[in-house]
Design a protein. Structure first.
Length: 494
């Protein structure tokens, strides 16, 4: 039984997800009804809505399916699934409202007639309508209750899908339900893919080795993994190593070679995915246009986001001002503790590089001995001898970051964005790395709340690229929520 579950992990997990979604939607109705009862106690009995519950559950599950929420999608922090859940819930809201309107009871005098006879289309549809129609009282259902229910559906869907994502990730990390994957290619792009597979076993892939047609590389070990063979040996590799998926990551592979490789995989029943040469381009928002029969990619213009920029700046001002006012007594106490332990200034000021390459002074509470502060690599361990005792506590709880809210208020930083780097590090940036400077730096960001935070940021610049190209209030809210959850976990273990 356990072996069968391992072989069919994806299918079983999706079936389980459908059931969990259904229960969450069902529970959302009761939660929404409870909230409605608080503002209108005793307005209507819960039994009054029994038909409405069935309609909402059925319609919402169908909308989830239409929105591809039951297809495996690997995205940073599962953000794309949450975005899909929002769109699916909105679609379900509109569809359910339409169903209530279309399935309402129809009086005989309301039927459209032609020369005294009910038109034939109505005669055909009436039996179906009579079978599915709702109780006339459902039409009087409170609109406030209806809104409450769908708000609860979205919230519970996001929460339970975050839990399910965490469960699936933990199972994958333990080798349960993983897919054996080989990477075609041994160049720089292939190394980046292999690094992701190595650093993130929670993605559900078990990397078994490289595939390359170069005979000289056969049997050689690269980063501890063997070059297993070439494309014409995939049948043997499938049997010997259980390869079920090939990730094609070879910049030098021409169009005909790629077509042949894909054909071989199709013939052998091996799934394959192709990493495009301009893979960072595909993290951007783009549209597909056509020049006659030739497809062309056009990158969306990020410069015209006035509403997002205004709302983001408004949130930055409101939150930073509130935090500075509320935590001012705490910051005063921290300042006293820092002064008592070691001599030197309370605040640590350092030049950092912000948006468009402009420099500014970033402020933090000093956590190191003053004679050891400087433009050096940030300490990676709490046992670093440069860190003071108070500093260890401040770093562990992230309270050393509190003065950065002044930088946010000033406009040099934002609540969410890439981490600001020191000038000597930015000087080493290549052209691609400098894309990080397209956005205002933030106190927190996508990398900080991901599993990748255990590894150096320079190995995971993809997170900043993804954020810059997909900025939205929704993404910012997800990152801020994840940051709050991370801080709560830290405090609970402190």
């Amino acid at each position: 039984m356990l072996q069968w579950l391992r072989r069919n992990f994806d299918t079983c997990f999706i079936v389980l997800q459908v059931w969990v979604d259904g229960l969450a939607i069902f529970a959302s109705f009761f939660l929404g009804y409870g909230l409605y009862e608080r503002i209108a106690p005793g307005a209507t009995s819960l039994a009054f809505y029994r038909e409405l519950v069935l309609v909402i559950v059925a319609v919402t599950l169908v909308c989830f399916w239409i929105s591809d929420l039951y297809r495996w999608r690997k995205s940073i922090l599962n953000v794309e699934e949450y975005r899909g859940a929002f769109k699916a819930t909105l679609l379900s809201f509109l569809t359910s409202a339409s169903c209530i309107f279309l399935l309402r009871a129809v009086a005989p005098d309301q039927l459209i007639k032609f020369e005294g006879e009910v038109i034939w289309l109505y005669k055909v549809l009436l039996p179906v309508h009579d079978l599915l129609r709702l109780d006339p009282a459902v039409e009087m259902a409170s609109r406030v209750l209806f809104v409450f229910v769908f708000v609860c559906i979205f919230v519970l869907t996001v929460v339970q899908r975050a839990i399910m994502f965490h469960v699936a990730s933990r199972l994958h990390a333990r080798g349960f339900g993983n897919t054996n994957v080989a990477v075609y290619g041994t160049g720089e792009l292939a190394m980046r893919v292999q690094q992701k597979l190595r650093l993130f076993p929670t993605l559900g892939f078990n990397f078994v080795g490289f595939v390359d047609d170069d005979e000289a590389l056969r049997g050689r070990r690269i980063r501890g993994h063997e070059v297993l063979g070439g494309r014409h040996e995939l049948d043997r590799l499938r049997e010997a190593h259980g390869v079920k998926r090939i990730i094609v990551a070879d910049d030098g592979l021409d169009e005909y070679g790629l077509a042949e490789l894909c054909r071989i995989c199709d013939d052998l029943g091996i799934d394959y995915q192709v990493v495009p040469r301009l893979h960072h381009f595909f993290s951007q928002r783009f549209t597909v246009d056509f020049l006659d029969s030739i497809p062309m990619l056009s990158v969306g213009d990020r410069s015209h986001q006035p509403v997002y920029k205004v709302v983001k700046r408004g949130i930055d001002l409101l939150v930073s001002l509130t935090v500075l006012v509320v935590t001012s007594p705490l910051m005063a106490a921290i300042a006293i503790l820092i002064k008592r332990e070691s001599s030197g200034p309370v605040l640590f000021s350092q030049v950092r590089v912000g948006a468009k390459g402009r420099t500014f002074r970033m402020l933090k509470f000093r956590t190191m001995y003053v004679e050891m502060c400087g433009d050096d690599i940030t300490p990676q361990s709490q046992d670093d001898p440069r860190i003071t005792r108070v500093g260890r506590f401040l770093r562990r709880t992230s309270m050393d970051e509190l003065p950065q809210f002044w930088c946010v208020l000033r406009g040099d930083m934002s609540l969410v964005g890439p981490r600001p780097e020191m000038p000597f590090i930015v000087d080493t940036y290549k052209a691609l790395d400098r894309l990080r400077l397209d956005a205002k730096p933030g106190i927190t960001g996508l990398w900080q709340v991901s599993e990748a935070r255990r590894h150096p940021i320079h190995e995971n610049l993809d997170y900043d690229f993804y954020y810059i190209e997909n900025q939205s209030i929704f993404l910012d809210m997800v990152i801020l929520f994840m940051t709050a959850m991370t801080l709560l976990r830290i405090r609970s273990t402190a």
